[in-house]
Design a protein around this ligand. Structure first.
Ligand code: HEM
Length: 386
């Protein structure tokens, strides 16, 4: 048998382009034990989807396998059904009741203004000038809270993104926890002072009736805000880079009916979420491998999204790919609860690029954040100059 493949998600090669390695792993090691992460890593579509779907067998809530989950971390993300259900419904229903058309229109106008402002610059950083402010505005507007100051908030979000890789880089844990506490204080202040129209007001009004404990609501507000900003920011960068490197895909978007399926395809192709994990509740077998109760299973969903068994010619962008049941928004009871806004915000960016009279071009080499769980650019130099 060939030597087992080494999987170091933070190596320069994996950060630059993890997909060739994912292909080899899917082919040769559909499941393998990763010592440093103390996890089984699963790479094929069918297996990843099944782990995410089967919450009875694969838990998200560590307390179901005897781990402690401190109160400040208990949220929609850490609770499993049935406890999770009223909390999740509270957020899903109130988010979906917001005026999405106005939020989308304002996002489009904001994108157009930013483009105007940068029209004649020799180069500007898409991440700083476009991805960050648009993601922050849309998130704050949706939640109905005052927009936090951009740069300090981006620093908080970055610390949280590094925190997700603490299994690989334990030193990222303390600054990440500090950032979370800082942000929780901001959320507490919103609960005391904010009375704007938006999701938070509705959530607070409904929380008692839904009989959801206060700390779940506050923690989930923080999680939702950070999940929204962090994924929109990363997706905005990945999508822009994919379109700049595949101009035929951008041209295909001229057909407006491509917008909705096309956003999904770009998220399948190079979405921000590379993986997520669950705990095995019982002894079980996956790809002939025994998984013991309590062990962690990491589903490498970005590898699953390029599985040729599920997606023919997976390395090509096919905007109207059908079917396209990718895992870029997760799957099962913990699937993304802001998917509709993800589509809206990324759609606004793509539409903004199409509507603008000058084409955007790359103006230098992009750089990447050294993060494994969230695939995200650090800087993307671009220009509208010809
Ligand atoms: C294109 C943008 C987005 C992408 C690619 C994305 C991706 C994901 C993924 C993959 C998950 C599942 C993680 C897991 O199973 O561990 C997730 C969960 C979540 N997302 Fe998103 N997301 C996006 C936008 C948003 C937005 C705009 C919001 C808020 C308005 C949001 C809020 C959440 C929350 C609260 C969860 C946790 C749900 C739970 O555990 O029950 N996301 N997202």
């Amino acid at each position: 048998m060939a030597f087992p493949l080494q999987y170091d998600p933070l190596s320069p090669e994996a950060l630059a382009d993890p997909y060739p390695l994912y292909a080899k792993l899917r082919e040769r090691q559909p499941i393998f034990w990763h010592d440093q992460m103390q996890s089984w890593v699963v790479t094929r579509y069918r297996d990843c989807r099944e782990v995410l779907r089967n919450n009875e067998l694969f838990a998200r809530d560590g307390r179901r396998v005897g781990q402690e989950v401190p109160e400040f971390q208990q949220s929609v993300q850490t609770l499993d059904p049935p406890t999770q259900q009223p909390l999740r419904s509270l957020f899903v229903n109130t988010l979906h009741a917001q005026d999405t058309a106005s939020i989308g229109n304002r996002a489009r106008r904001q994108v157009a203004r930013i483009f105007e402002r940068n029209l004649d610059k020799e180069q500007f950083d898409w991440m700083l000038e476009v991805a960050a402010p648009v993601s922050l505005s849309i998130t704050a507007e949706l939640m109905g809270v005052e927009e936090p100051e951009l740069r300090p908030y981006v620093a908080v979000s970055e610390a949280l993104a590094y925190r997700m890789d603490a299994g690989l880089r334990p030193q990222a844990a303390p600054p990440g926890d500090e950032a979370r506490k800082k942000f929780n204080a901001i959320v507490d202040s919103w609960f005391e002072t904010q009375d704007r129209p938006g999701a938070l007001k509705a959530i607070r009004a409904e929380a008692d009736r839904a009989r959801v404990p206060d700390h779940y609501v506050r923690n989930t507000t923080a999680v939702t805000f950070n999940a929204s900003f962090g994924t929109l920011y990363a997706t905005a960068g990945n999508v822009a880079l994919a379109l700049l490197q595949h101009p035929h895909a951008l041209a295909q978007f001229q057909d407006e009916s491509m917008l909705a399926p096309g956003v999904h395809e770009l998220i399948r192709f190079d979405g921000p979420a590379q993986g997520t994990s669950r705990f095995s509740m019982r002894r079980t077998v996956l790809q002939n491998q025994v998984i013991e109760p309590g062990q962690t299973v990491l589903t490498l969903t970005a590898a699953a999204n390029r599985d040729p068994e599920q997606f023919p010619t997976p390395d090509q962008i096919i905007l109207d790919r059908k079917p396209n049941q990718h895992l870029g928004f997760g799957w099962g009871p913990h699937a993304c609860l802001g998917q509709m806004f993800g589509e809206l915000a990324i759609g606004a960016l793509v539409a903004g690029l199409l509507e603008f009279p000058r084409p955007l071009r790359l103006a230098g080499d992009p750089t990447r954040r050294s993060t494994a769980t969230v695939r995200c650019l650090a800087a993307l130099p671009v220009t509208f100059r010809q």
